[in-house]
Write a protein that binds this ligand. Structure first.
Ligand code: 4AD
Length: 455
């Protein structure tokens, strides 16, 4: 009862507190500051309360002593409550540890929003060992955790780095539509929708639209959501993912391969150099080895030899033969065993998309590439495009595509065609590789996959 009498009042004689974000703690040592955020960790002892505060830009440990620690409101604080804390930031003495090597000696605090305790307490909602699907129901809360928020920071840094590399290479960013009436990667994974009474789809890839930009803008790229109604539940498939795609004109297959390895290598370099994401990758993936150029090139046909020599069977449990798809499991076994980035090239016509250019020295295979990374497998798929009008139309007819719906795409081969090619990178797949996540679901803000469209 005695505790209740303690009223927390600010000492007006203290210097005015400087309002800061937690990312700038180091520049404000020995300064009286006001910090605002969520209670990330909490330890209440006799005479002391330790609050680790989080504001999305960083963490700080605040120490409450004396009356501040004894007050009833302090004794009743809960995780994820929001507070404003004022006090002086001190460097920690040798031997003590806290985020950033500092401590905020609190002289005043105020509660902004008290979170529930007991049954409804945050720690009961989000438990690290909980069933993954329960955790996904609580994604809006789980995102507050250190691992997920770190991955999201790396994600932001990755997108920034990709844009920087494209900018250095002179590419123009465009924003193609997500609602479309054409397919790119096969009808079986199309999400259909009603578009004012017409049939439309959610885009599977912006490739065809990027191709139309070459004559007006030159080399282009986009960072856009792609949608795939994947029936399979795998650790690397999402129904919606962030697709980084680019298209380049007047180049040859080898130029494109060189461009892809440069883009990946430089992007990773920038992400590692970034003062926010660099240390986060160290924390999430301490053994990460940045890729170095040139990447190993491997032809599809030689991959089959490798798989057969290592006793890895195809999907039917047999030896691989020309024309077989190298499915996820086999692909991953090979990539993990080789342990370095691979540019897998020259896939057979029959297992690749209608638009791919055939190799001039062997028309059974295409100028196509998958980039494979240890622990994830394919992170990028690309190819040179068939640029001859009649050959393209014939391929589309073989695939039973409605030629009329693609008139605008086919026009590119009519009004000044040129050799060109491009590729798509799965943002969540690159992140799974960079951040060493088991599944791409951990790399998407609100993952969408079979049976999951909430929150
Ligand atoms: O190999 P994909 O299907 O290629 C294309 O869509 C081309 N049209 C791209 C282009 O040339 N512009 O997809 C490209 C990449 C894959 O390598 C993978 O990283 C990612 O997109 N991806 C997925 N990521 C998550 N979930 C899925 N369901 C994905 N499907 C493809």
């Amino acid at each position: 009862a005695e505790l209740e009498l303690i009223k927390i009042v600010e000492d007006e004689s203290l210097p005015e507190a400087k309002k800061i974000k937690l990312r700038s703690v180091q520049e404000n040592i020995d300064t009286r500051v006001a910090v605002q955020g969520w209670i990330h960790r909490l330890r209440i002892q006799k005479g002391f309360a330790f609050i680790t505060l989080r504001d999305g830009s960083g963490y700080i440990q605040a120490v409450l002593t004396g009356d501040l620690a004894k007050a009833k409101s302090t004794q009743e604080l809960t995780l994820e409550s929001t507070v404003i804390i004022k006090g002086v930031i001190n460097k920690l003495p040798e031997g003590k540890t806290a985020p950033g090597g500092v401590e905020l000696k609190a002289d005043f605090y105020k509660i902004v929003g008290l979170a529930p305790g007991g049954e409804e307490a945050f720690s009961n909602k989000v438990q690290e060992k909980a069933d993954p699907s329960l955790l996904l129901d609580q994604r809006h809360l789980a995102l507050r955790g250190e691992t997920l928020s770190a991955v999201m920071k790396v994600r932001a840094s990755l997108l920034k780095a990709v844009r920087r590399v494209y900018d250095e290479e002179g590419f123009t960013e465009v924003t193609p539509p997500c609602m479309v009436q054409t397919q790119v990667e096969g009808g079986s994974t199309l999400f259909k929708m009603d578009y004012y009474g017409e049939e439309a789809f959610l885009t599977q890839s912006s490739q065809l639209y990027l191709e139309t930009c070459l004559p007006s803008l030159g080399d282009v790229y986009c960072i856009q959501e792609s949608f795939r109604a994947e029936k399979s539940h795998t650790r690397r498939h999402l129904s919606e993912y962030t697709h980084i795609e680019s298209e380049m004109g007047f180049l040859e297959f080898d130029d494109m391969l060189a461009h892809i390895e440069k883009l990946i290598t430089k992007t990773v370099q920038y992400v590692l150099e970034d003062p926010v994401s660099g240390p986060l990758i160290k924390q999430l993936n301490p053994d990460f080895v940045p890729p170095s150029m040139p990447f190993r090139r491997m032809e599809y046909i030689h991959a089959l030899d490798w798989l057969n020599e290592h006793g890895i069977p195809n999907e039917d449990g047999e030896k691989f033969k020309f024309g077989d798809d190298i499915a996820e499991a086999a692909e991953r076994k090979m990539t993990d065993a080789i342990g370095e980035p691979i540019l897998l090239i020259r896939f057979p016509v029959e297992i690749k998309s209608f638009y791919m250019q055939k190799c001039s020295d062997d028309p059974r295979v295409t100028e196509s590439v998958d980039v494979l990374m240890p622990n994830v497998g394919e992170i990028t798929g690309g190819s040179m495009r068939t640029y001859d009008h009649d050959e393209l139309v014939a391929a589309m007819k073989r695939e039973k595509l409605d030629i009329d719906a693609y008139y605008w795409f086919i026009d590119q081969r009519k009004y000044g065609t040129c050799p060109h090619g491009g590729y798509g990178l799965g943002t969540e797949r690159i992140l799974a590789w960079l951040c060493d996540r088991f599944t791409v679901r951990d790399c998407s803000l609100y993952p969408r996959f079979t049976g999951r469209c909430k929150p």
